[in-house]
Design a protein around this ligand. Structure first.
Ligand code: ADP
Ligand code: MG
Length: 472
């Protein structure tokens, strides 16, 4: 394998491509792609600038692209809270049901069960989806034997789609994202619809809070670590939440006594006007073929649902130019969404001399008739281009929040992060930190810490349900 590929580099230097020993045409093609996918420091700066501008717009008025939704979550947890709460998390891929025992002293006990959301449920009727959720909760409660509870159980509903909240547990779904498009849901109240399903099934469960997963992640981490200022998701989709001063949320019209509130940014919708994001033809193709064309383009350049599809589009482009796989693809490779983002991780992590794992993904999983080492190296490079770009664009969002909150002069702070892309994509957090260093200098590494946070949507939603039921 060529030296430049075996290096555990965090960014792809375009000079490196000169060392690649493919044909002139292959070299040229990779160089062009490298250029298209490059996010220079200067470009990063312009993205951060536009990001802080859009954040400001969202705080000032309703209906902005980056919606900056007040979460109604005001109090910071102390870690001393106690009681038993339920939490559910409807992510992009799974439904998770949890029983959370807050024990005080920052201690918790969590019992949980995962249920796969059938594809048909994601695009069927919302009422059916809510019934499925209620049935799953019922099954869970039977399994863990909670018959002894005489009072209604308070539940935090982690519903990670843009909801315009009117109260902590009432609001309207603004739009679907992440491949969901149930009918009878847009403009309706997901909390009320789920409560109806519980009522129809005679279940004593009260939907106490509708929680965005970013807010849950933030609160769960804050329960244990008071330096937490931000919750971020890099999973099926991407989004973030942070503590904002009430005075800065100028669109807020009601009275409120607290000084701070968590704001759910809905940052996936950043730059829908396409002012700064460098979209390629591969991004445009993906966007056009997605369920929500024209929207959430930032999310589509960053998150797990989409990254593999960008690589698939790039790969097919090279096949069509006879620069890969001897010009042959396969039925599987030609299927939309067949190239999963987890394949990219497997390929990027593959440092074997013959790139055997990459060969396995391409030939066995995706059915390419045969691949040369050069083919595998080229595909690995495509993955790196897309993965590095995703991490750098993600860093731009974090940098915007840090800039907006003027965090750099302050003490060290922690961003709680959840999601499989952050957890499993090789070098993702390293690449984010590298971009932050380019923006803020080396010392930023001492200022901000990314902390992998698993129990956000469970513990976080339970902590919020607790705050609501105790009248915080
Ligand atoms: P959710 O968003 O439903 O809460 P996750 O955080 O697990 O769930 O994210 C799921 C997304 O992560 C999927 O889009 C999947 O493609 C992607 N993913 C799963 N495994 C990996 C991996 N090893 N590397 C990169 N991405 C992954
Ligand atoms: Mg999740």
């Amino acid at each position: 394998m060529s030296a430049w590929l075996s290096r555990k580099v965090s960014s792809l230097n375009l000079q490196e491509l000169n060392e690649f020993d493919g044909s002139q045409e292959q070299k040229q093609a990779l160089k062009e792609l490298g250029k298209e996918f490059e996010i220079t420091t200067e470009k990063l700066r312009s993205i951060v600038k536009q990001f802080t501008f859009e954040m400001q717009k969202g705080l000032e008025r309703h209906g902005a692209k980056v919606a900056m939704i007040p979460s109604f979550v005001t109090g910071k947890p102390t870690g001393m809270e106690s009681g038993t709460y339920l939490a559910i998390d409807l992510g992009g891929t799974n439904l998770r049901v949890c029983k959370v025992d807050l024990l005080g002293n920052g201690k918790v006990e969590i019992q949980q069960q995962k249920y796969i959301v059938p594809e048909a449920m994601k695009t069927g009727e919302m009422r059916q989806l809510c019934d499925f959720i209620a049935d799953s909760v019922d099954m869970f409660l039977t399994e863990i034997d909670t018959d002894s509870y005489s009072e209604a159980l308070q539940l935090g509903f982690t519903f990670s789609f843009p909801v315009n909240l009117r109260t902590i547990n009432r609001g309207n779904l603004m739009q679907w994202t992440k491949g969901y498009c149930c009918t009878g849901a847009i403009g309706k109240d997901p909390g009320l619809m789920l409560q109806d399903s519980f009522r129809r099934k005679n279940m004593k469960v009260n939907v106490a809070a509708i929680v965005n997963d970013t807010v849950g992640t933030l609160m769960a981490h804050a329960y244990r670590d008071p330096t937490t200022f931000m919750g971020i998701i890099f999973g099926t989709g991407t989004n973030a939440a942070y503590f904002e001063k009430m005075d800065n949320i100028t669109k807020w019209e009601d009275d409120i006594t607290s000084e701070e509130m968590v704001v759910n940014m809905e940052w996936g919708a950043f730059d829908e006007e396409r002012r700064v994001l460098p979209m390629t033809i591969y991004d445009n193709r993906l966007d056009r073929e997605s369920i929500n064309p024209g929207t959430h383009i930032y999310e589509k350049m960053i998150s797990g649902m989409y990254l593999g599809e960008i690589v698939r589009n790039m790969t097919l482009g090279l096949v069509d130019r006879q620069l890969l796989f001897d010009g042959k693809s396969s039925p599987e490779m030609n299927k939309k969404w067949s190239f999963e983002t987890s394949h990219m991780s497997a390929i990027e992590i593959d440092t074997s001399s013959d790139l055997a794992d990459t060969q396995y993904v391409l030939e066995t999983v995706l059915g390419i008739p045969s691949t040369t080492l050069m083919d595998r190296e080229m595909v690995k490079t495509l993955c790196r281009l897309v993965g590095i770009r995703a991490a750098r664009l993600s860093a731009a969002g974090v940098a915007a929040v840090m800039t907006h909150c003027n965090l750099l002069p302050q003490d060290a702070c922690t961003a709680a992060v959840d999601g499989s892309v952050f957890e499993f994509y090789p070098h993702f957090s390293h690449n984010m930190m590298k971009a932050l260093k380019e923006l803020f200098g080396e010392e930023v590494e001492q200022k901000i810490k990314f902390s992998q946070s698993h129990d956000g949507s469970g513990l976080g939603a339970a902590v919020i349900a607790m705050q609501v039921s105790k009248g915080n």
